[in-house]
Design a protein around this ligand. Sequence first.
Ligand SMILES: *Cc1c(COP(=O)(O)O)cnc(C)c1O
Length: 465
Amino acid sequence: MVNLRNIPAVDEILLQPDVAELIEAYNRDFITRKIRQAVEIVRDELRNQQKELSREVLLQVIVMKLTMLVQEAVRGTLIKVINGTGVVLHTNLGRAPLGNKALGYINEIASGYNNLEIDLERGERGSRYYHVEQILTELTGAEAALVVNNNAAAVLLGLNTLANNQEVIVSRGQLVEIGGAFRIPEVMKQSGARLVEVGTTNRTYIQDFAEAVTTDTALLFTAHTSNYKIVGFSEEVKLKELTELGKKLDLPVMHDLGSGVLLSLEPWGLNEEPTVSECVEEGVDIVTFSGDKLLGGPQAGIIVGKEKYIAAMKKNQLTRALRVDRLTIAALEGTLLEYSTGNPIKTIPVLHMLTMDRDELRSRSQKLCKLLQAHIATREIIDKIAVAELDDMVGGGAYPICRIPGFGVEISFKKGHMEKTANQLRLAQPALLTRKHEDKMLISARTLVAGDIETIVGLFRKIMI
Ligand SMILES: *Cc1c(COP(=O)(O)O)cnc(C)c1O
């Protein structure tokens, strides 16, 4: 049995100078709780290791442990991650990093009061939905617009408003799970609409839609197959065919576009995804898309389309439950203004990353490679650090089969060391996520933001030394 009587009392620990500093910086109750926790941990360690330590040493050990616990507790669980994966829209990593204008707006709007729901000209109550509507209609050519919490909410609201207790016709090839558990059949059920599936998984024709229409049909629905592609022997109904059928039968057509590109990325080799205004031009009555995918803004669900349908959605009680707050509106307006008045390819991080030229990617990779080579003494762990060509991805349910040629740093480890290092980097602060290819670690240059290269070098130094 170890002697645990040497463990100092909480009151005594509270009197230590280092602890007094912590109490000054935070608060006494919090530090006292953390002291108890530190004492518990040290007590367990003593029991497990059957060690005897002097009172002095124990005091030091507990204060060290306490400092660690306090540092952990004050930084919260949501921390910064460096994205070395080369996947630009990584849902697990928070999707689109925001541009400066969006960040500036959030700061300005959220640090004080604002005109979220007041019409300053008339001095009357206004609508929060007014703020981004005009710019969205200008940018997309649609009659009206509405913004809700996310695209899943946008689809839910559209279906519930237009087809509650009625039938919605959908191609079987689109009844899919998209991203993190967005299942169209489930959303459909929640919305109160009845799903009518037509066609087969790989082939659906416009006649399939036409034949399925009954007096109960309220809506023709189509979704962009964002995160997969049926290749080979397949047939999809074209948007234009569907909108023509809708017009003929006087039925609205709703298109869940998913990613929502506002400008064509064709000059950069990304040309499969239709832009929002192309969908509007094709005559789609309601288009829904995310704010934080290719648009490059905050999480939001954007609905654009015909005035009468959007007006009905605004009146739906569900809208109240799905509404966006001032932070979202501020960030979205800041992002959209870059499209209408600025240079989005340069200033919206997602677009800048996707369109970055090879020379810039190569020179970023060379910089990271040289710094890593210069700063880590690695003989026992690392064989080689080199610049390498690699394939990046758009991610976030866009361009599923498109690989974008990129550059990065490739690190070859001695046997058994790669997994361990990748884990340490993942657990570091900030965390670094890397990619693995066979027995090499890859860090893509495309998805790094300002300052990341220096931080990565610092992380490796800390781990390797
Ligand atoms: C991503 C996506 C969704 C879900 O959008 P969230 O904004 O994540 O709710 C729905 N439909 C499609 C086609 C998508 O690509």
